[in-house]
Design a protein around this ligand. Structure first.
Ligand code: ZN
Length: 739
């Protein structure tokens, strides 16, 4: 132990870690905190993390399964044994599981899809199939349909524009879409809006299979029989239990009827493997797709419709199951009513080694270390809550239900929510509330890359410098002292905390080097993870160092480390992007309309091909962004003033800390976003038509993107007011501190 501590400290000094004062601490406090963190690091144990990974991924452990419940109990027992007060919060949630899955090509040739994944002798876990859920998309509606196939590429809005120019309509047809490029739930949502009667989603070998690299078990990429499971619930409308939007799914909660649940798909959908997709695509005719739509199969890709006709039948058991959220609390010694929440889900679609257990074992290692420090007389000053969520996979259900159930207390007490999920190796990626941008930059400076003698921040900056494309990205990578943390859309358990409750949140993980196609397939096993992702969990340990520092600093800082200059700078960037978006859209549409009018399209298009001219579009009016610019100007000034006030070094009052941590709430409005009131944050939201992908200042951005020009000005006003409320808050903090 002692030896380990010295080794860690020296590494840190080599990385110049002790050179700075930690945000929110004075000099003496920083020194004590650095010493605490060195002890925290010394207690992390990769072998133990690896053993947990192996144990919890031994069997499929989706919500509602025996192994899922047993894992929850084991996790609770561990946390209790370390000294946490542990509760298993139970929610009764709707979880459809498949009864019937049938897909056949009925003409011009016959083929029946196997819809099964192969067990591999090289990976014994793939033969452990207790209660394994077969490949399906959760929250597809039941359906029995037959129709011609239309190939829709990735099934995004822009793909339908291409189809339209080729005169192809999916109405009454079955859309076949590739996985990737958008969140999967968008594919059936959009196909349904366009009149399709069913959707098939497949994994193209170019993206994750043999076109990308050697396939499992020879390499990490997608086995030809592998199928990505996953939810197609309409999460951009609301996540969580489909029957209890906005309230906790307790036993006695008032529930919607299944037919009234808005977030279940309107048409049936089924995911299939590369092996099952090839005969379908090979049987298709019609015009040849553009080059950028082609995938990796050795066939010519056609749009259809037909002559391939398929019969698709899916039927589900719409039963309620119990979700088990493990909630472990360590009371703060000085500010017990201020809570730092750190979560990762525990349910997986299958064995779930990468997703979610690679993140969960980091959380467990952190929790053990923090508890031991507390026992040795160094408890956290604020309360720390460790959460292992259930039912994330079908739609962020466990976290959403808990957050909705405890909404009032969380709004009052939650300082921040820190999330991890599946992690890999390579470069640190951090997203979240920009009030925490400076805070996380310090952490990236203070943690070393486990394989190189540089900090995580230096390593990430090197990557950004290499990959920067635009002038702005180049300038940021070279000259911006803080690396930007990315704005969050959705895709993991931070969504209810950030976007529904307005709790400052972050998501952390490593990636970029541990490639592969095991995601949500039978092959996301311990064997796959420890061979191809993060052998020995060296980056898993680094993740625990990052998330552990974030948790401990937020728990112990005399002044909560919220900072507003980064927030102002990022919002300012988003406003610039909105102006550029409007200008670009205006110019593009005007150009296309002119080319239509002067006959250019007619003259240039190949008359033997089906590609027609684009349709005429409504011109984009000029918008007045001045209210946003005035708002950001005020925010920048307020942020500078707070920066000065905080630098004076005095410890703030409890009142000030509360004003600081509750400031993120002011970026939300009770009325929510237009058409989806569950989403209340007005700076960050998942895109209505991108799913996981973020839309910043979503009210304004989506009104422009979706050609709802009449709504833009009102949305500009709303966003400006939200930013003004934040400025007002910061100004009032500065005023208190001046007294
Ligand atoms: Zn996950």
């Amino acid at each position: 132990m002692r030896y380990l501590f010295l080794a860690m400290a020296m590494v840190s000094i080599g990385g110049a870690a002790y050179a700075q004062e930690i945000l929110g601490f004075d000099t003496a406090g920083s020194k004590a905190q650095y010493s605490l963190e060195a002890d925290f690091d010394a207690k992390l144990d990769k072998q133990e993390m690896d053993a947990w990974l192996k144990k919890f991924s031994a069997r499929p452990h989706h919500v509602g399964s025996t192994a899922g419940k047993e894992n929850a109990i084991l996790i609770a027992d561990l946390l209790r044994s370390w000294g946490y007060e542990v509760e298993i919060a139970e929610y009764e949630i709707l979880l459809p599981t498949p009864i019937t899955r049938e897909l056949e090509l009925v003409s011009p040739t016959k083929f029946t899809a196997s819809l099964e994944e192969d067990s591999l002798p090289e990976d014994p876990s793939t033969s452990v199939r207790d209660e394994l859920l077969p490949p399906y998309n959760a929250f597809s509606i039941d359906g029995d349909v037959e129709g011609e196939l239309v190939f829709v590429n990735y099934g995004r809005p822009e793909d339908y524009e291409v189809l339209e120019r080729h005169g192809i309509d999916v109405a009454g047809k079955i859309a076949i879409a590739k996985y990737g490029m958008s969140w999967r739930g968008i594919k059936p949502k959009l196909a349904g809006e366009k009149g399709a009667i069913g959707t098939i989603i497949y994994s193209d070998p170019a993206d994750e299979g043999y076109g990308a690299g050697d396939v499992y078990p020879k390499g990490p990429f997608k086995h030809p029989s592998a199928v990505q499971r996953g939810s197609v619930m309409d999460m951009p409308t609301y996540p969580g239990d489909v029957l209890t939007p906005g309230i906790g799914a307790t036993k006695r909660a008032r529930r919607l009827g299944i037919k009234d649940a808005e977030t279940i798909t309107k048409i049936p959908v089924l995911p299939i493997s590369e092996r099952d997709a090839l005969p379908l695509l090979a049987a298709m005719g019609g015009a040849v797709v553009p080059p950028e739509w082609r995938g990796g199969f050795p066939v010519t890709y056609h749009f259809g419709p037909g002559p391939a006709r398929v019969h698709l039948k899916v039927e589900f058991n719409w039963q309620k199951v119990t979700a088990y959220d493990v909630i472990a609390t360590l009371k703060g010694s000085e500010y017990p009513d201020e809570w730092v929440i750190r979560g990762n889900h525990h349910d997986g679609w299958n064995h779930g080694a990468a997703d979610p257990l690679s993140g969960l074992v980091a959380l467990l290692a952190e929790a053990r270390s923090v508890a031991e420090l507390a026992k040795a007389g160094r408890p956290p000053r604020r309360t720390i809550v460790y959460a292992a969520w259930d039912a994330e996979e079908p739609g962020l259900i466990g976290s959403t239900e808990w957050a909705e159930h405890h909404a009032r207390d969380l709004k009052e007490h939650a300082v921040a929510y820190l999330n991890t999920d599946g992690s890999s190796r390579g470069f640190i990626g951090i997203g979240g509330s920009h009030v925490l941008e400076r805070f996380f930059n310090q952490i990236m400076e203070d943690v070393q890359d486990p394989r190189m003698d540089i900090s995580l921040k230096e390593r990430r900056r090197a990557l950004l410098k290499l990959n920067a494309k635009t002038e702005r990205e180049k300038d940021d990578a070279r000259n911006r002292s803080d690396l930007r943390i990315y704005p969050m859309g959705s895709g993991s358990d931070y969504t209810p905390f950030l976007q529904h409750l307005g709790i400052a949140s972050a998501n952390m993980g490593f990636g970029g080097e541990g490639a592969g196609g095991s995601y949500h397939t039978l092959y996301d096993t311990y064997e796959h993870y420890s061979t191809w992702r993060d052998p020995g969990l060296v980056y898993g340990e680094a993740l625990a160092q990052v998330a552990g520092r974030a948790t401990l600093r937020l728990a112990n800082a005399p002044r909560l480390p919220f900072e507003f200059k980064g927030l102002a700078d990022n919002i300012s960037l988003y406003i610039t992007e909105l102006e550029e978006l409007a200008d670009k859209r205006r110019n593009d549409i005007e150009l296309r309309n002119n080319l239509l009018d002067d006959g250019t399209y007619a003259a240039a298009l190949d008359p033997t091909k089906t590609l027609g001219p684009p349709k005429r579009e409504e011109p984009v009016p000029y918008f007045n962004f001045a209210p946003l610019k005035n708002a950001i100007d005020r925010l920048q000034r307020a942020a500078d003033a707070y920066h000065e006030a905080a630098a004076s070094g005095t410890s703030p009052s409890r009142e000030v800390n509360k004003l600081l941590y509750s400031s993120e709430r002011l970026l939300t409005r009770e009325a929510g976003l237009s058409g989806r009131s569950w989403y209340k944050h007005h700076i960050y939201a998942p895109g209505f038509y991108t799913g996981y992908g973020v839309k910043t200042i979503p009210g304004v951005r989506e009104a422009i993107e979706q050609s709802e020009y009449d709504a833009v000005q009102e949305q500009v006003e709303i966003a400006s007011q939200v930013i003004d409320r934040m400025s007002q808050r910061i100004e009032s903090i500065v005023a208190i501190e001046a007294n």
